[in-house]
Design a binder for this molecule. Structure first.
Ligand code: UD1
Ligand code: UDP
Length: 366
């Protein structure tokens, strides 16, 4: 079986890292393609190093741009590579522009596409990710649902049973693989002078928060108020750094919060495990909070990962309120949620690899 796996943005390196571990020794010839959507060392290469992910066979180096420009560059580059590599199938992850471009380029060449993390919906069509994932799911050949809810959503959308597989969530695999490593190897708590359960960890990068000055001001204001009671660590996505700079509030925030560069995965896991509370608009970090049983405020109006709200682990805290009320919520002590296991057994990678082999392994090569 010859595959082309396509990645491009930070969460996709984490997901592909988990699947690559399961692929080792399977006999699959996987050609890893990096679109270059993320390119700073600490947004890209650090993950390949820490997750033992082989360097990509190809890097398209598309870089940043508007949605159309970025996606168009990827489409052109990926079409050429798929024609040259002639894989039996293409494997894509999540909901970024890299996911969308790889899916479209492949299906138009008649190459089947398998989608890891299919069936998630926020039902908010102003979100670029919602467009990317609904378009991708609608044309993919194989849909790996991370949860029963995602599987049922695909059924409701009329996807035939033979396309859907309940795999569990590869991010849970990644979390299990990394927990001990993070405890043993990361020195980030010492480096930042942080005590176990003595700080709040925040991440912000979602367009709806960074590109709306009012929301971003409320959010940063709330974190600054919370920081009067508890240190707040904010590894800053480059998009958010640029937005704070544009608004002229970066320096003030840097005086009150522990603003740090994006960290590698091992340090991130260590921070997550030790945080008293996590506040985030990230899809991945919302779930990692639950994997380490840390209460989490989701800085959005809705989420794809509703089971964590229902079980009482996470709660929505959209930054459209006043900063004082938000800060109080961020600091509130909360009981643990219900014990649930929606993301499988940590063997999603293995299920994905076996399904790919069954489905495409015996195809005669075109
Ligand atoms: C992208 C994904 C989002 C995902 C996120 C993970 C899309 C539409 N969005 O959002 O779903 O949650 O990645 O982090 O695909 N930049 C740098 N260096 C980098 C990368 C980005 O400076 O290595 C800056 C650039 O100014 C760029 C901006 O960040 O314009 C946004 O990057 P982009 O990849 O377009 O979107 P993200 O917000 O990262
Ligand atoms: N992450 C990291 N360092 C950081 C911020 C996030 O390693 O400074 C990891 C995080 O633990 C998770 C993944 O990146 O595994 C999530 O990526 P991101 O929040 O950028 O994207 P999303 O999941 O929202 O698409």
């Amino acid at each position: 079986l010859k595959l082309c796996s396509v990645v491009g943005a930070r969460p996709q390196f984490v997901k592909a890292g988990a699947v690559a571990k399961a692929m080792a020794g399977s006999g699959i010839d996987d050609v890893l393609i990096h679109t270059g959507q993320h390119y700073d060392f600490n947004m890209s290469e650090v993950f390949f190093r820490e997750l033992d992910l082989a360097p990509p066979a190809h890097n398209l180096g598309v870089g940043s741009g508007s949605h159309a420009v970025q996606t168009a560059r990827m489409l052109e580059g990926l079409e050429l590579l798929f024609e040259r590599e002639r894989p039996d199938a293409v494997l894509v992850y999540g909901d970024t522009n890299s996911t969308l471009a790889a899916t479209l380029a492949a299906v138009k060449l008649g190459i089947p596409v398998a989608h890891v993390e299919a069936g998630l919906r926020s039902f908010n069509r102003t979100m670029p990710e919602e467009i990317n994932r609904t378009v991708a799911d609608s044309v993919c050949d194989l849909l790996f649902a991370p949860t029963v809810e995602a599987m049922e959503q695909l059924r409701r959308e009329g996807q035939p049973e033979e396309r859907i597989r309940l795999s569990g969530d590869v991010m849970y695999d990644a979390a299990l693989m990394t927990a001990d490593l993070a405890r043993r190897q990361s020195s980030i708590l010492d480096r930042l002078g942080l005590a176990e359960k003595g700080f709040l960890l925040a991440t912000i990068h979602r367009a709806e928060n960074t590109d709306d000055p009012r929301r971003l001001r409320v959010l940063i204001g709330a974190l600054e108020l919370a920081a009067e009671a508890l240190p707040v660590v904010l590894p800053l996505h480059p998009r958010t750094r640029a937005a704070l700079d544009r608004l002229g509030i970066l320096q003030k925030a840097a005086r009150r919060l522990k603003l740090i560069e994006p960290v590698g995965f091992i340090d991130m896991v260590r921070l997550e495990m030790a945080a008293r509370t996590i506040a985030t608009d990230s899809g991945g970090v919302q779930k990692e909070a639950f994997f380490y049983r840390v209460p989490c405020c989701v800085l959005r109006n809705e989420t794809e990962w509703r089971e964590l709200l229902e079980a009482g682990w996470n709660r929505l805290l959209p930054p459209d309120d006043d900063p004082r009320a938000m800060a109080a919520e961020l600091l509130a002590e909360r009981p643990a949620g219900r014990d649930i296991t929606p993301y499988g057994k940590g063997d999603a990678g293995r299920i994905i690899v076996e399904t790919l082999l069954d489905r495409y392994g015996r195809r005669s090569r075109a």
